[in-house]
Design a protein around this ligand. Structure first.
Ligand SMILES: C[S@@+](CC[C@H](N)C(=O)[O-])C[C@H]1O[C@@H](n2cnc3c(N)ncnc32)[C@H](O)[C@@H]1O
Length: 208
């Protein structure tokens, strides 16, 4: 099952799955990053169904996502079908880029970071939130063992076993954010952790 298929298939139940999985905390985790972003024109990269729209407030929101089925449910933003690795926008045309629960699904993190750096104005900020593993090796091991048991069970209850299996594996796909964002081209300002054992991270990056 490819990334695109996952989100095309679950578009109708995506918001419910997200809420179950995060025990209702997905919105609060998004807001920790949104509250640190400037006003103006913001790109919601992988914005899907538009769950972030109410929290982006008065900002002018442009959303890009490869799944038309997700975008069809996203009212209230300028919608563009496309991927983070090839943004169809002018250089320096955004004050901020926001991206929640997307980075694990990218084909290329480096390619997407280069594109975010290109479309941000100098001094513009990117706020990224995603799921991964807790920082310490012991906590990461405990979390991995728990999610191997819990996620298939939740998946069966939610009627989406394949998607939950995909999620379990995706949590180990990327390095920790401190390592992943260290190479630039954006400057990593800081990261923070949320959720049980800190398996959710937030990061703020600035365009020099
Ligand atoms: C877990 S959903 C998150 C949706 C939304 N950001 C939220 O907070 O609810 C992941 C989204 O990333 C999108 N996506 C997958 N690959 C992508 C890519 N290469 N570039 C941009 N978005 C992508 C999916 O279509 C999906 O809508």
């Amino acid at each position: 099952m490819s990334n695109g298929d996952v989100f095309a298939d679950i578009a109708g139940k995506y918001d419910r799955i997200n809420t179950i999985l995060s025990l209702g905390r997905d919105g609060a985790w998004r807001r920790t990053a949104i509250s640190r972003l400037p006003s103006g024109r913001v790109l919601d990269l992988g914005g899907g169904t538009g769950a972030a729209n109410p929290d982006l407030g008065e900002r002018h929101v442009v959303v890009i996502d490869p799944a038309p089925e997700m975008l069809a449910r996203n009212a209230g933003a300028d919608r563009v079908v496309g991927v983070g690795e090839a943004l169809p926008f002018r250089d320096g045309s955004f004050d901020a880029v926001f991206s929640a629960y997307v980075f694990r699904n990218l084909d290329s993190v480096a390619g997407t970071l280069a594109e975010i750096a290109r479309v941000l104005r100098p001094g513009g900020k990117a706020g990224i939130v995603d799921l991964g593993r807790p920082r310490g090796p012991v906590a990461a091991r405990v979390h991995r063992a728990s999610s191997a048991v819990v996620l298939p069970l939740v998946g069966r209850l939610a009627g989406a076993p394949d998607e939950y299996r995909y999620l379990h594996h995706s949590l180990d796909k990327l390095p920790a954010p401190e390592e992943m964002f260290a190479a630039g081209p954006l400057v990593l300002e800081y990261t923070w952790r949320m959720g049980p054992l800190g398996f959710v991270y937030g990061a703020i990056l600035t365009k020099p």
